[in-house]
Design a protein. Sequence first.
Lengths: 108, 250
Amino acid sequence: MSKSKPLKKSPRTTGHARFKVGDRVRVKDLPNLFYSRTQMYVRGVVGTIAACTYQDVIPEDEAFNRDGRLEQYYIIRFRQKDLWPEYPFDNDTVQTESPERWLEPAEK
Amino acid sequence: MSHTHKPGDGGAERHAAPMVEEITDFEVLEIAVRELAIEHGLFTAEDHRRFTEWTESIGPAAGSRLVAKAWIDPAFKARVMEDAVRACKEIGIDWAEPTGFGTPSDYMNLRVLEDTPTLHHVIVCTLCSCYPRPLLGMSPEWYRTTNYRRRLVRWPRQVLAEFGLILPPEVELRVEDSNQKCRFMVLPVQPEGTENWTEQQLAQIVTRDCMIGVALPRPGRTADIHPVQKARRPVQSSEHSGEPAHEHDK
């Protein structure tokens, strides 16, 4: 995975990423208000930050053309076994992307 | 759908019978927005047709070139892994073309997923059909199906097996769900037996499916080969050639 780029300065950004590559995070199980791109299959599951990608408006705002603040996005890596306990191959993984508000720190 | 009356048919309605009865809300919305844009002079119907023709003609050749160049040029590969959108300009692909804001890529974030002998990537968009279109063109039909999108995340090895790709258990299979604004393509491992090949030769074996991750590049299998095979009819076996069945490339 390529290394993350420095964040662009923007009046609408918080200017820093809360998580870094390698951090353990849990995907929050927030209610879906009209629109979300945070997949149900990762809700409540702990994964590892694989990349800090970019800052952008969140889908929940963008879907309704709301000029929300920019937020840091991350690629999170999950073990298949953590998503589906009966998954038969230990090494296999899934990665999805999420904006910061859907993530909370998880214990190592 | 127009209703026409044939003289002498007693006024009974005759239809050009559609294969599919329904038009989705999104299709209606697209037509409405397009017609409004044309009425307001933002673009012409001819512009729209040309743009559609262009987007549908892009194809995966640029992606094949990117992979081949990355295989033979480690410095280029490093630039691809650092900033793939910028590296694309070196092979003549500008993600901002032609609008300046990323159409037909939707978003200008590309990450290239490098396979190793112990790690294999495959891409999916579980939400819809996000795909690195400036490099690979339009996505294949099966890539957009709910079947592929649902099952690749949950049963990836079974899905790959249906494409004829069976990975050893010790290889980590990593499914990349492009559910946000990043677009992904796979950089496969250069196959053995191609060590002294030119960039042009290498590009020939990097087919579209290799860059999605449902196939592996192999010497001898190129994008130019048409997988035309006679279907065998088990009942009428008089033309049975006796040759072993060839691999069927999806």
